[in-house]
Design a protein. Structure first.
Length: 405
């Protein structure tokens, strides 16, 4: 199959499967070709290429290449958390969401590489070797879900299922110029993450199962299949809070501020807000009362808030090894984990010196669809500016701002 033959979105891929313009064998071949071409990224610990549709092409994810962060148990396939301790750990049953993906017919590409035990934000530390950034091989991919972000950016996967306890899906997505969504706490099941192994209670309270994809549209498709509970409809008008006390280097702050005229042009109103970043901590003892109060405290006058995802430019590998496991700072992301808020990061620009620039949208607990809808609204109106004729690592051209062609 010729390179770049696959369509850009899950919806279009599904349409071509249903009309028989593409077969699942075609897609498997394309994915295998991309895996072979991108071995240097080290995005996967275990490749599966398992077609769970078994010929049932009407299933909602039939033929859609999906990766699983190697935290999620897969029956009969090792689940390692990128750790030497679990290098040969083979679970007997699937995690709950893996069962849902199988029921939806996903083409499971494999288990993505990650920062060992999810304990860092660079994905340089893994028993199976470091993950590389598809855009800039001298920069980190972010973490802990670095393999997932690299797999999506390089076109190997249309979506990946990840975890996010401090920003662990959003940070690598921002580093690799893709989209990642952390829903409200508990919206997608986390049952079956290293089932049976001891877990810190703080991690249980902070972790959110998340979705990484190229676009908000694709995230929303997967979310619609995996989400649990009743979802509130998005509001037609958006009152946007612009976070004033976020953390950022001077260069990243200038980039964020330069995006504001466009953002303000597509909302009904905007105002500055202050986020209680300092209240977010790893002690879960007061987390329930904090979550119960946050919607009124932070969203009484606004519907959504916006801030940068990254504090600093994506660090080089050399710089990250010097700065340690959290060289990609979670200062702008962790509060959403503590308060259980839905949050999405979307790529907005690519700077030759700074690398990817990402915007983060956060909503009140339960407003998952509102966050997705506003993210989609931004991407429909403005494709990321990646240098005019720039081409993504997955071969899909970006357009230099403006409307989609």
């Amino acid at each position: 199959m010729p390179k770049n033959a696959l369509p850009r979105t899950i919806t279009e891929l599904r349409r071509q499967i249903e009309t028989k313009a593409l077969t699942i064998d075609d897609i498997r071949l394309d994915v295998k070709t991309r895996l072979d071409a991108n071995k240097g990224l080290n995005a996967f610990i275990t490749v599966m290429l398992e077609d769970t549709s078994k010929g049932r092409t009407a299933l909602p994810l039939s033929g859609v290449p999906v990766g699983l962060k190697d935290f999620f148990d897969t029956a009969g396939v090792r689940t390692t958390a990128a750790s030497e301790k679990f290098a040969n750990r083979v679970p007997a049953e699937d995690a709950s969401l893996v069962r849902r993906l199988r029921s939806a017919g996903a083409l499971i590409v494999g288990k993505t590489n990650m920062h060992t035990l999810g304990m860092g934000t660079t994905s340089l530390e893994s028993y199976f070797g470091p993950v590389r950034n598809p855009w800039m091989k001298d920069r980190v991919a972010g973490g802990s879900s670095g393999g997932s972000a690299a797999a999506v950016a390089s076109g190997i996967c249309f979506a990946t299922i990840d975890t996010d306890a401090v920003g662990s899906a959003r940070l690598p997505a921002a580093c690799c110029a893709v989209t990642a969504f952390k829903p409200s706490y508990g919206r997608i099941s986390s049952d079956g993450i290293l089932r049976g192994e001891p877990v810190d209670p703080a991690i249980l309270a902070l972790n959110h199962t998340s979705i990484t994809a190229r676009s908000v549209e694709d995230v929303a498709v997967v979310f619609g299949i995996l989400a649990e509970g009743i979802l509130a409809e998005p509001k037609a008008k958006v009152r946007l809070g612009l976070v004033g006390n976020y953390s950022a280097s001077d260069a990243m702050k200038r980039k964020f501020e330069s995006s504001m005229p466009f953002i303000k042009s597509i909302v009904d109103s905007s105002m500055e807000v202050t986020v209680p970043f300092s209240e977010a901590r790893f002690d879960p003892s007061g987390i329930k009362s904090a979550r119960d109060a946050i919607n009124e405290r932070l969203f009484s006058d606004v519907d959504l808030i916006m801030l940068p995802t990254l504090v600093d430019p994506v660090p080089t590998v050399e710089q990250a090894r010097r700065d340690g496991d959290q060289a990609v700072s979670p200062a702008n992301t962790f509060f959403a984990n503590y308060f259980g808020l839905p949050a999405i990061t979307i790529p907005f620009e690519f700077d030759d010196q700074l690398g990817p620039i990402a915007l983060q949208i956060v909503g009140p607990a339960g407003a998952d669809l509102g966050v997705l809808d506003f993210g989609r609204r931004i991407q429909e109106r403005r494709q990321p500016s990646f240098g005019g004729e720039a081409t993504r690592p997955d071969g899909v051209p970006f357009h230099d701002g403006g409307q989609n062609p």
